[in-house]
Ligand binder design. Structure first.
Ligand SMILES: Cc1ncc(COP(=O)(O)O)c(C=O)c1O
Length: 472
C-alpha cells in the first residue's frame, strides 16, 4: 500500500530534505569555485558547439526527473563553455561586472530568505536596509538629506522611472490622462551619444519615440549646451512641451561626461526636470580624488546609478535617487485591499515601477559594508590607472585614442595599415584572448575597451595589446 506521508519523488526534488540540500549546496559551492578558476585561465569567449547544446537541450522533455547533482554539473559545464565570461579579467566589455564576493553572498542570502520587498510590512529589515543604502549614495552625490529612491533592475528601469516622475511633476493630469494632458507633444532632451534605451523608455511611457530630442554633441562626445538651449526654445515655439533634460555622466561608448553644470542651469531656467544618467560614471562618487569630475550632479532632480556596473554587484541592480521623494508616491501610488500595507514614501510597490521585488540592495549594502567607500575608491582609481596604462602601450605602438574620457574606457583606432576595426575585433574575439567591442564615437568606428573589472592586472592589459597587435 502506498505510504501517503512520503511526498512523490518529483515534488521532493523541489523541496528536498535538509541533508540532501546540504550535500548539493556543498557540491555546488565546490564546483562553482573550480569553474571560476578554470574560467580565469581559459578563453573569454564561448567555445561550445551550439548544435550539440541544442540537441542536449531537446533531450529535456520535462517528463522524466533527473538527478540533481547531474543537473548541477551539466549546467555549470554549459555555462563554463557557453557564455562570454564577464567575470574574466580580460573582459574589457560593456560594464557587466565581475561581481564582488559580498554581492554574490547577498544573492545567496536573498535567495534563501526570499523576502518580498513590495511592502515594509512584509520585509521591514530589507526595506530599511535598501533605503539606508540609497540615502548613503544620495549623500555622496551631494543631494539633500530628504532625497530618496530605490533599487531597480538596472539603468533602463531607473531612467524610465525618472521620465514618469518628470511627466507627472510637469502635469498632474498625466497620471490620469497620459500624454493627452499636455497642451502639445511632451518632449525631453538627451545627447546623441546617450544610451538609446531612452527611445524604448519614451515608447513605453506612451509619449512616443519622437519625444526623444537628440541634442548635438561638441565633437568630443559631450552635449553641446548651446544646441540644447536652442532646441528647447525652438520646440516651445513649435508648440511642443519640454519636460526634462538628461545629462549623461559617462556615455556608454566613450565615457564622456556632459557639461552637467551648464545643463542644470538650462534645465532650471526653462523650468524642466533635470536628470543625470550616471549609470556607470556614478561610481566615481566613491573616490574623493575623482568625484569632482561629476560636479553638477548635486543639482540634479534625479540620478541613475547602476550598482551592477562599476560598483560590481551581480546583475541586475540599478538605483534611482531623487531629491523630490513625494513625486514617487504621486507617480506610482495605487491602493489595494490585498497588500498588507500601503504607506506612501515607504512601501516600494507604491513608490516604484515594480510590484513584487527581490532584495537587490543587499548586494551593495554588503559590498559597501565590507569594503567601505575606500575600497570602492581604490577599485575605480585602479581601473583608471590601468586604462592609462593601456593607452600608453597602444600609443607607443602607433594606435590612437579618439576619446578624452576621465573614466575607464578607451575608443581605440588602429594604425592606418591595420585594416578595419570590425575585422580586428572579430579576430581578437575568435582568439578568445580578450573581449572588446566595436562602437561608433562621434561618427567614427572605433574599438571599445572598458577596464572596469576589479581583478584585471597590468599583465592582462599587455595581453590585450598583444591580442590587438596579433589581429592586424
Ligand atoms: C549611460 C547608460 N545609461 C543606461 C544604461 C542602461 O542600463 P541597464 O543596462 O542597466 O538597464 C546603460 C547601459 O550600458 C548606460 O551605459
Amino acid at each position: 500500500m502506498k505510504n501517503h506521508r512520503e511526498p512523490p519523488r518529483s515534488a521532493s526534488a523541489l523541496f528536498p530534505p535538509r541533508k540532501n540540500r546540504q550535500r548539493w549546496d556543498d557540491f555546488l559551492t565546490r564546483e562553482l569555485a573550480l569553474a571560476t578558476e578554470r574560467v580565469a585561465k581559459g578563453a573569454v569567449t564561448p567555445t561550445l558547439d551550439l548544435a550539440r547544446f541544442r540537441s542536449e537541450l531537446a533531450d529535456f522533455d520535462f517528463r522524466t526527473p533527473r538527478p540533481m547533482d547531474e543537473l548541477l554539473s551539466w549546467t555549470i559545464t554549459q555555462l563554463e563553455h557557453g557564455v562570454v565570461h564577464v567575470t574574466h579579467p580580460r573582459y574589457f566589455g560593456l560594464f557587466n561586472p565581475a561581481p564582488s564576493f559580498p554581492a554574490q553572498c547577498a544573492d545567496r542570502i536573498a535567495a534563501t530568505f526570499n523576502p518580498q520587498l513590495a511592502t515594509s510590512a512584509t520585509s521591514p529589515v530589507a526595506v530599511e536596509t535598501e533605503a539606508y543604502v540609497i540615502r548613503s549614495v544620495a549623500q555622496r552625490l551631494g543631494l539633500p538629506p530628504e532625497a530618496a529612491g530605490h533599487f531597480t533592475t538596472g539603468g533602463a528601469e531607473a531612467n524610465y522611472t525618472t521620465l514618469i516622475c518628470a511627466l507627472t511633476r510637469s502635469n498632474s493630469n498625466f497620471a490620469t490622462e497620459g500624454a493627452r494632458a499636455f497642451d502639445g507633444p511632451p518632449v525631453f532632451y538627451i545627447s546623441r551619444e546617450s544610451h538609446l534605451a531612452w527611445l524604448k523608455i519614451s515608447h513605453q511611457a506612451g509619449i512616443g519615440r519622437f519625444a526623444v530630442r537628440l541634442v548635438n554633441t561638441d565633437g568630443s562626445g559631450r552635449m553641446d549646451p548651446s544646441a540644447l538651449s536652442g532646441m528647447v526654445a525652438s520646440d516651445r515655439a513649435l508648440g511642443r512641451v519640454p519636460v526634462m533634460v538628461v545629462g549623461t555622466a559617462g556615455t556608454t561608448n566613450a565615457g564622456m561626461i556632459d557639461p552637467l553644470v551648464d545643463a542644470a542651469e538650462i534645465a532650471r531656467t526653462a523650468g524642466l526636470w533635470y536628470h543625470v544618467d550616471a549609470a556607470w560614471g556614478g561610481a566615481l562618487i566613491a573616490s574623493d580624488k575623482l568625484r569632482g569630475t561629476l560636479v553638477g550632479i548635486e543639482q540634479a532632480d534625479s540620478v541613475t546609478i547602476d550598482a551592477h556596473k562599476w560598483f560590481a554587484t551581480t546583475m541586475g541592480c540599478g538605483m534611482f535617487v531623487t531629491r523630490h521623494a513625494p513625486v514617487l508616491s504621486s507617480a506610482f501610488q495605487v491602493s489595494t485591499t490585498y497588500m498588507p500595507s500601503n504607506v506612501p514614501n515607504l512601501d516600494p510597490y507604491v513608490t516604484s515601477v515594480q510590484w513584487s521585488r527581490r532584495f537587490l540592495g543587499l548586494r551593495l549594502f554588503l559590498s559597501l559594508a565590507a569594503a567601505g567607500w575606500t575600497g570602492y575608491s581604490e577599485h575605480v582609481e585602479k581601473s583608471i590607472e590601468l586604462t592609462g596604462l593601456l593607452r600608453q602601450h597602444l600609443e607607443a605602438r602607433g594606435w590612437s585614442i579618439a576619446n578624452e574620457s576621465s573614466l575607464a574606457v578607451l575608443c581605440i583606432r588602429p594604425p592606418g595599415d591595420y585594416g578595419e576595426v570590425r575585422s580586428i575585433v572579430s579576430r581578437v574575439l575568435a582568439s578568445g584572448r580578450a573581449w572588446i567591442s566595436v562602437a561608433t564615437f562621434e561618427g567614427i568606428d572605433i574599438i571599445r575597451a572598458c577596464v572596469t573589472h576589479g581583478e584585471t592586472t597590468p599583465e592582462n592589459i599587455r595581453e590585450l595589446v598583444n591580442a590587438l597587435e596579433a589581429a592586424r
